[in-house]
Design a binder for this molecule. Structure first.
Ligand code: NAD
Ligand code: UDP
Length: 325
C-alpha cells in the first residue's frame, strides 16, 4: 500500500503563503522541502519549523535547475506584490517561466503531482464580473504589471502543455487577493500598507478614488483550498479559482482597518496606479462543486488577526527586497 506520508517540495516556501503551507504539511507529517531564495521573505517565517525532523530548508533560485526526488510539488516561488514584482520585472518573468520549466521537468522525471500557484491577475482588468475560470482575461501585455500577469499566464500554458504532451499530473489554482499574518510589512500591498500606516498613525493612502474593489481571502482558507486541490481527483486539473467572493471597495477596507486598529489616521488619496484593475471578485462555483471548498473567515475577523500580527512584530527588522539579478 502506498504510504500516506509524502515527500513534498514547496518552492517559495519561506514566503507569506508558502510558510503557512509548509506549516500545514509538516503538521500533517509529510517530509517537506522548502526551497526559497529569500527575495521577498526572511528565514523568520519558517524559523519555527527548522527544528522539525520532517522539514528541510534549501536556499536556491528556481530559475536554476534543481535535482530532488519528491512526490508532490507546490510551485509558489514568485514575488507576488506589485512593488516586489515590478522591482526587477525581467527577473519576475524568468522566475515564472524558467521556474515553471524547472519544476515541471522535475515533476516529469519523478512522476510527481505538481500544483501551480497561479493568480487572478491572469484575468487582468476584467470585463466580466465576477470572473469564472472560462474567462480568458483582459491583460495589457506591455504594461507595468505584464511581467507578473504574462509570466503567470505563460506558466499556466507550460503546465497544460506538460500535462497534454507529457502526461504530467498537474493542478492549476488561480489565487485571488489573500492576506494574513506573515505578509511582508513593506510589500506595498493594500492590506499591509493600511495596517502599517494605521498602527503608526500615518495617513492611510488610497490610490485613485478608492471605488476600485477587491475580494480578500484569509490565508487559512486559501491554504485549505490549495491542499484540497492537490489531494483532489486526478481528472480535475483546473484551473480553479480560490478566493473569497465577499467584495469590498478599497475605501471600505481603509475604514475597517482604521476601526480595527483604533487609529486616528486620516484617509488620503494619491494618484491611481497604471493598469489598476477596477473590480475583482472570484466566481468560486467550481471550487465549491469539485472541492467542496469555500472560505469561512470573514474580512473583519481575518483583518483583526492580521492587525494582531503586525502589532507583534518589530517592523524595523524587515527590509525592502534586495537586488536580485
Ligand atoms: P511572497 O512574496 O511572500 O512569497 C513568494 C516567495 O517566493 C518568497 O519567499 C520569495 O523569496 C520566493 N521567491 C521569489 N523568487 C524566487 C526565485 N527565483 N527562486 C526561489 N524563490 C523565489 O508572496 P505570496 O503572497 O506568499 O505568494 C506566493 C505565491 O502565490 C506566488 O506565486 C504568487 O504569485 C501567488 N499568489 C499570491 C496571491 C496573494 O494574494 N498572496 C495572489 C495570487 C497569487
Ligand atoms: N492600494 C491603495 N493604497 C495602497 C496600496 C494599494 O489604494 O497603499 C490599492 C491598489 O491601487 C489596488 C488595491 O489597493 O487598487 C489592491 O492593491 P494590491 O497592491 O494589494 O493588490 P493587487 O490586487 O492590485 O495586485
Amino acid at each position: 500500500m502506498a504510504s500516506s506520508v509524502k515527500r513534498v517540495l514547496v518552492t517559495g516556501g519561506a514566503g507569506f503563503l508558502g510558510s503557512h503551507l509548509c506549516e500545514r504539511l509538516v503538521g500533517a507529517g509529510h517530509d517537506v522541502i522548502c526551497v526559497d531564495n529569500f527575495f521577498t521573505s526572511q528565514k523568520g517565517n519558517v524559523a519555527g519549523l527548522l527544528s522539525r525532523p520532517n522539514f528541510e530548508l534549501i536556499r536556491h533560485d528556481v530559475t536554476h535547475p534543481l535535482w530532488l526526488e519528491v512526490d508532490q510539488i507546490y510551485n509558489l516561488a514568485c514575488p507576488a506584490a506589485p512593488g516586489h514584482y515590478q522591482y526587477n520585472p525581467i527577473k519576475t518573468m524568468k522566475t515564472s517561466v524558467m521556474g515553471a520549466i524547472n519544476v515541471l521537468g522535475m515533476a516529469k522525471r519523478c512522476r510527481a503531482k505538481i500544483l501551480q500557484a497561479s493568480t487572478s491577475e491572469v484575468y487582468g482588468d476584467p470585463e466580466v464580473h465576477p470572473q469564472p475560470e472560462s474567462y480568458v482575461g483582459h491583460v495589457n501585455p506591455i504594461g507595468p504589471r505584464a511581467c507578473y500577469d504574462e509570466g503567470k499566464r505563460a506558466a499556466e500554458t507550460l503546465f497544460f502543455d506538460y500535462h497534454r504532451s507529457n502526461g504530467v499530473n498537474v493542478r492549476v489554482v488561480r489565487i485571488f487577493n489573500t492576506y494574513g499574518p506573515r505578509m511582508h510589512p513593506y510589500d506595498g500591498r493594500v492590506v499591509s500598507n493600511f495596517i502599517r500606516q494605521a498602527l503608526r498613525g500615518e495617513d492611510v493612502t488610497i490610490y485613485g478614488d478608492g471605488a476600485q474593489s477587491r475580494s480578500f481571502c484569509y490565508v487559512d482558507d486559501l491554504i485549505e483550498g490549495l491542499v484540497r486541490m492537490m489531494e483532489g481527483p486526478d481528472q480535475f486539473v483546473g484551473p480553479v479559482n480560490v478566493g473569497n467572493p465577499d467584495e469590498f471597495t478599497i475605501r471600505q477596507l481603509a475604514e475597517l482597518t482604521i476601526e480595527l486598529t483604533g487609529s486616528r489616521s486620516r484617509i488620503v488619496t494619491r494618484p491611481a496606479v497604471a493598469d489598476d484593475p477596477r473590480q475583482r471578485q472570484p466566481d468560486i462555483s467550481l471550487a465549491r462543486q469539485r472541492l467542496g471548498w469555500e472560505p469561512r473567515v470573514r474580512l473583519r475577523d481575518g483583518l483583526a488577526r492580521t492587525v494582531e500580527y503586525f502589532r507583534s512584530v518589530d517592523l524595523s527588522a524587515f527590509r525592502a527586497p534586495t537586488p536580485n539579478y
